[in-house]
Design a protein. Structure first.
Length: 253
């Protein structure tokens, strides 16, 4: 099974399933549920508007940052098999948008103040998630010379041996967002999902399935990525973990 399978020279299967179909269908369905609620109820409640706006902001963030996506585990390490392709063609459009689907027939009126609080909190989480990825991307683009939170970055230079026997080096960022925890960027991502789900309030557990699933998915990814980096970097990864002690949540885990 190939890492980057193609049809012809230009059609990249992984890019199509992950980005073009998966993410674009997410945005289309989010808007579709908003329209459907209007058809069913004659209006669009503020809860649906908050849900739809936050999802569209998140998808827009993804495409704004799309170049950075090529270095993530999905693209760089996971092969284009059932896990990736079926997930992006079926699971993402249906499950990731499920809070909006629930709100179609279960409208909730939040009130202007609560709706704005949730909306602002969700946008803030999406921004932090973006800034985490942007910070690391800029750090690597400048070979560790970019300022991090206004200061010279703290880093570890690690060497490793490739499968072909070559010795290469890589720099590991240990300051900024990446000094808080090794996978801190997953915290605002999970919280963003919570904030576009919480407009449904707590009348039913069904809308929160995606948040629970995402949390399990990302925690599993944390373990897989840690195991991969430990095998790749050896003693350097041990030094990195000693400097950045927590995996996801500073002071807790």
């Amino acid at each position: 099974m190939e890492l980057y399978p193609r049809i012809g020279k230009n059609f990249d299967i992984k890019v199509f399933t992950n980005c073009r179909f998966g993410m674009m269908s997410w945005a289309v369905l989010a808007v579709t549920y908003c329209i459907k609620q209007y058809e069913v109820n004659g209006k669009v409640d503020d809860s649906m508007l908050v849900n739809t706006i936050l999802m569209l902001v998140y998808v827009t963030k993804f495409f704004w940052w799309e170049a950075g996506y090529w270095s993530t585990m999905d693209i760089a390490h996971d092969r284009a098999g059932f896990y990736i392709c079926w997930g992006c063609l079926v699971w993402v459009p249906s499950i990731y948008t499920s809070p909006g689907m629930y709100l179609v027939n279960h409208p909730v009126h939040l009130g202007t103040q609560l709706a704005l609080y949730i909306l602002v909190a969700g946008i803030l989480c999406i921004y932090i998630n973006y800034d985490c990825d942007r910070q690391r991307q800029e750090f690597h683009r400048t070979n560790g010379k970019a300022l991090v939170w206004g200061k010279a970055p703290s880093k570890i230079t690690a060497t490793y041996t490739t499968t072909t026997g070559e010795t290469k080096s890589s720099i590991l960022l240990t300051s900024g967002w990446w000094g808080l925890a090794r996978h801190f960027h997953y915290v605002p991502e999970i919280l963003a999902a919570f904030f576009w789900t919480v407009p449904a309030l707590f009348n039913h557990a069904l809308p929160y399935f995606y948040v629970v699933f995402l949390t399990i998915l990302l925690l599993d990814r944390v373990k897989r990525d840690d195991d991969r980096c430990r095998s790749k970097y050896g003693k350097y990864w041990k030094s990195y973990c000693e400097k950045v002690r927590y995996r996801v949540i500073p002071g807790i885990y």
